[in-house]
Design a protein around this ligand. Structure first.
Ligand code: SF4
Ligand code: SF4
Length: 327
């Protein structure tokens, strides 16, 4: 059955398929609450096309990454592959429970998922309602959790997404080698325009703000009068503003610069700079097994002039002064 599953998963666009005995998961892992009889965890990994990142790398086309690199993989490609795999397992008389991340449900009470609209998320519904996707991907040999918090795959680097099927069928496990790709180079930290990643991990609310709004230097759709009603406007635009979750929501409510994709997916106006920096670094080191004829970064990184934001700020202050004088 393992060969048939692998064949069907590949036919439906999975790039990496692994089989892991459930006994390799911690005894208190959520998989045993979801399906106590689980014997095998099947992991399905999907590349995000390098071409889907090309537009955001060049600053030319933004919707392709979000529609083709996020929404369609999560909501079309993955479900199709999982449905076919689960059907094959059921035809053989076993249970097969598909596990795709629900982007709109969070275990945490006050966190967010930067890829979707924060107001569409349901939080703290049931602390055990979802697998720990990153940790499970690591256990299943799909990759390593990097400093940016994302799984880095040996073949595709951070350009990678994944899902799982839990089954009571026992199959031969996939042999796994220890994956060691993240060298803590810090390129993802440097690349984030909103300073959302630190040595201690990702701040999801900072990431949500800058994923969705970008910065003046990096968001070509940011109008000159963006965030005019914020006292710390300059800092919001340059990526250095301090804010908590409530502050993040206010900024997000004022920062719609580009239409979202379907399923509440926001368009990435930080251009997924952390992923790209990581990919470029790993490609330069030559450690990714999928090779291309050309390097991903073909020319110097770009940034926009931000003078228009200063001018408007000054005009607003001047108008204020004029109004004061009239009183
Ligand atoms: S950019 Fe460097 S530090 Fe960040 S995840 Fe990639 S390898 Fe690790
Ligand atoms: S580059 Fe974008 S996705 Fe990456 S941490 Fe920063 S805001 Fe988040």
């Amino acid at each position: 059955m393992r060969d048939i599953i692998t064949e069907i998963a590949k036919k439906y666009d999975a790039d990496v398929i692994t089989f892991t005995p459930a006994s390799q998961f911690p005894k208190d892992d959520t998989i045993f609450k979801i399906f106590p009889e689980v014997k095998t965890v099947i992991a399905l990994g999907f590349r995000v096309l390098r071409g889907a990142y090309r537009g955001v790398e060049e600053g030319t086309v933004y919707y392709q990454y979000t529609t083709m690199g996020v929404e369609n993989i999560e909501e079309t490609v993955m479900p199709m592959a999982m449905l076919r795999v689960t059907s094959v397992i059921e035809q053989n008389g076993f249970y097969a429970i598909p596990q795709k991340r629900n982007q709109l449900i969070m275990n945490e009470a006050n966190s967010t998922n930067p890829e979707v609209d924060y107001s569409a998320i349901f939080r703290n519904i049931d602390a055990e309602n979802q697998m720990n996707f990153e940790k499970s991907a690591e256990i299943c040999g799909l990759g390593e959790i990097g400093m940016s918090g994302k799984i880095i795959n040996q073949e595709f680097g951070p350009y990678f997404r994944y899902c799982f099927v839990l089954t009571d069928a026992e199959t031969e496990p996939t042999p796994k080698e220890k994956i060691s790709l993240c060298d803590r180079c810090g390129e993802c930290i440097k690349a984030c325009p909103g300073n959302a990643i630190t040595d201690t991990g990702l701040d999801p609310w900072r990431c949500a703000v800058y994923y969705s709004c970008g910065t003046g230097e990096k968001n070509p759709f940011m109008a000159p009068d963006a965030f005019l009603n914020f006292e710390n406007r300059k800092e919001i635009i340059d990526g250095t503003a301090s804010f908590d979750a409530e502050g993040a929501k206010e900024i997000l409510d004022s920062g719609l610069f580009y239409p979202p994709a379907g399923h509440s997916y926001k368009t990435s106006l930080c251009a997924r700079a952390c992923d790209r920096a990581c990919y470029i670094h790993l490609e330069e080191k030559g450690v990714l097994t999928r090779k291309f004829k050309k390097k991903f970064r073909e020319r110097d990184d770009w940034k926009l002039d931000t003078k228009q934001f200063d001018t408007l700020k000054r005009e607003k202050e001047w108008n204020f002064t004029a109004m004061e004088k009239r009183k």
